[in-house]
Design a protein around this ligand. Structure first.
Ligand SMILES: Nc1ncnc2c1ncn2[C@@H]1O[C@H](COP(=O)(O)OP(=O)(O)O)[C@@H](O)[C@H]1O
Ligand SMILES: [Mg+2]
Length: 338
């Protein structure tokens, strides 16, 4: 069994909703992440998918303590970083880096590439001299496929794909173990997306990196992930190996997500299951009781779905589903309800 590098238990991130002239009254909470467990082995890739607003970025940011953690544990290499403070937190952060969706807004336009990459090295006290730091920057640019002359250029002088390479280099230069990539290709042309995904895969092989890759699109994480987790309204509804999840999605939400993806083969396309979800994503400030997906689930059953929140439960080895009726839906005992 490979060693677990990242182990998340009962993670909750609740944002207070404040009102009043000086925002001194808390009138409720946004339950952005509401009880997530997940494990990522060293050198592995966990793909996290779900529609916009389900809490993916909040989860990713909480792992790096860029968001406050309301409750739960984030055990990274044996240490609960959710409980760290000050210098120990700063040291742990160097080993956990983030790549953002839009490199244009995450890179300072007034800094050239060398200064963007050197900043983190100086902040973390890496490299004994300016020359040593410069060498490290050159090596890192080389690793992400950017030429040496990129150092003196500014972010706006690059294409979208190259800018994302700068974002990757900024994370890599610090020598992290874990990289949280938050929709790393969503802002890129489809033709460039595969190049960036392939680069991430190559870097992982060469450097033994561990990834949490976030996407709203199942197709993006399919090939790069060992394990995929599907998130809905602050919680995981299904988790399986990439292969098992795509071959046999079990949760109604995962099935609906998959059914929305057209298949190139016209014959397969004709037979494709189409599940239309009713209504909109409920507000994470006022999530449904019981199963959070019940207001949109075609198989919803009274009254258990209204009252009891289903736990993420192992149905087959390595395949977990949070639904009261997985077996009954699979066997046809329960058919589409509304
Ligand atoms: N700093 C914040 N303060 C209050 N609410 C937030 C904050 N960040 C995110 N949210 C809310 O948390 C929910 C989840 O957001 P997010 O994690 O960005 O979702 P995703 O990345 O899946 O699109 C959304 O309803 C969002 O509005
Ligand atoms: Mg997001």
């Amino acid at each position: 069994m490979p060693e677990t590098l990242l182990s998340v238990r009962g993670l909750k991130v609740h944002f207070p909703i404040r009102r009043g002239v000086i925002f001194d009254r808390t009138v409720g909470h946004v339950y952005a992440v509401d009880g997530v467990d997940l494990d990522v082995p060293r050198g592995g890739t966990y793909g996290l998918v779900g529609e916009s607003g389900c809490g993916k970025s909040t989860l990713g940011r909480a792992l790096l303590r860029l968001n406050p953690v309301t409750d739960g544990q984030v055990v990274f290499d044996g240490v609960d970083v959710a409980a760290l403070k000050g210098e120990t937190l700063r040291k742990a952060r160097r080993r956990m880096q983030m790549i953002f969706q839009d490199p244009m807004s995450s890179l300072d336009p007034r800094q050239n590439v060398e200064s963007i990459l050197t900043e983190g090295l100086v902040a973390h006290g890496i490299g004994d001299s300016a020359a040593e730091r410069r060498n490290r920057v050159v090596e890192t640019l080389d690793a992400v496929g950017l030429p040496r002359w990129a150092m003196s250029r500014y972010p706006h002088e690059f294409s979208g794909g190259q800018r994302q390479r700068i974002g990757i280099a900024r994370a890599l230069v610090l020598g992290p173990d874990l990289i949280v990539a938050d929709e790393p290709v969503s802002a890129l042309d489809v033709s460039i997306q595969a190049q960036v995904i392939n680069l991430l895969a190559d870097l992982q092989r060469e450097l033994g990196l561990t990834y949490l890759v976030i996407a709203h699109d199942l197709a993006v994480v399919r090939h790069i992930s060992d394990t995929v987790g599907v998130m809905y309204l602050g919680g995981l509804v299904e988790e399986a190996s990439s292969r098992a999840l795509y071959a046999e999605p079990l949760h109604p939400y995962t099935r609906a997500l998959m059914s929305a993806v057209p298949v190139p083969d016209p014959e397969v396309e004709d037979r494709r299951e189409r599940i239309l979800l009713r209504g909109d994503l409920p507000s994470p400030a006022n999530p449904p009781t019981g199963c959070r997906f019940r207001t949109r689930c075609p198989w919803v059953q009274a009254t258990r779905c209204d009252t009891e929140r289903p736990a993420l439960t192992e149905i087959k080895p390595g395949h977990k589903v949070a639904c009261h009726w997985t077996k009954e839906i699979a066997s046809g005992e329960i058919t589409v309800n509304r």
